[in-house]
Design a protein around this ligand. Structure first.
Ligand code: GDP
Ligand code: MG
Length: 246
């Protein structure tokens, strides 16, 4: 059993991608299940095999404790950890080759708190897993935002400690030229020029960041499933590969 997590900033397209990618895999007769780990989502476009809202509903938490949306999500995830054993049993009953995991809107939970790591190890056990990090192409077409998003991606990669693939999501929303820039930046070319004048600290940071990219971000668009073949091929490579990332 392989677990594929989908993480990224709020609105980067995680939920949409989980839906389309599940259908894409089903079309190829693959055995695939979906887990919703977002306690705050209101409507899901897919039918989850496990839904964390059956345990904790962020809307309820918000009302009961008089919290705003951000803190209620954090409290919800903490509450979930108190129900870890039951959740683990439930998820353990899922039988599928691939389990796609939709994650909360707030990527901070995965980047800066221990909950993300706790969760992934809780779910996955000894199974192999990979994290797909979505960089919203509409935001990333600006060079500074692109670098910022890559830094966030690195944070999540570092914190979770599992193999990670970067994806440029929503490429249907940007122009050909903008996409070409992004593809070049992914190859480590032209980014410094696009950034213009930057201080020495930023220069070194960007250089390290670009050099540490194992695979260039994969451009995708969920509605048309553009780039899904490439993403699937990379997932196969990472999951089937002999490298031990644990
Ligand atoms: P999440 O918060 O990361 O789960 O993001 P959602 O999947 O809920 O998507 C946020 C918004 O972006 C929704 O309105 C989606 O319809 C839209 N969206 C997601 N993926 C794409 C895409 O590939 N192309 C376009 N044009 N819109 C997308
Ligand atoms: Mg979502």
């Amino acid at each position: 059993m392989y677990y594929v997590f989908f993480t990224g900033t709020a609105g980067s397209g995680k939920t949409t991608m989980v839906k389309e990618f599940q259908e894409y895999l089903l079309d190829q007769e693959m055995d695939v299940a979906v887990v919703n780990m977002d306690p705050a989502v209101e409507r899901l476009p897919y039918t989850p095999d496990f839904d964390v809202r059956d345990y904790v509903d962020a809307m309820e938490v918000m009302e009961r404790y008089g919290l705003g949306p951000n803190s209620s999500l954090i409290v919800s995830v903490d509450l979930l950890l108190t129900k870890a054993t039951e959740i683990k049993n439930d998820i353990g009953n899922i039988e599928a080759n691939y389990v796609l995991v939709d994650t909360p809107g707030q990527v901070e939970l995965f980047a800066y708190r221990d909950t993300g790591r706790t969760f992934s190890s809780l779910l996955v056990g000894d199974s192999k897993s990979v994290n797909v990090f979505l960089l919203d192409a509409f935001l990333a077409r600006d060079a500074r935002s692109y670098v910022s998003l890559l830094l966030l991606s690195s944070s999540v990669r570092f914190k979770l400690g599992i193999p990670q693939l970067n994806v440029l999501s929503k490429i249907d929303l940007i122009s050909k030229d903008e996409l070409n820039n992004l593809l070049e930046w992914g190859q480590g070319e032209g980014l410094m020029d696009s950034l213009g004048v930057i201080d020495d600290y930023s220069f070194e940071l960007v250089k390290t960041l670009v050099e540490s990219l194992e695979v260039p971000p994969i451009p995708v668009s969920s509605p048309s499933r553009q780039g899904f073949d490439e993403l699937y091929a990379e997932l196969q490579r990472v999951l089937a590969g002999g490298e031990d990332y644990a």
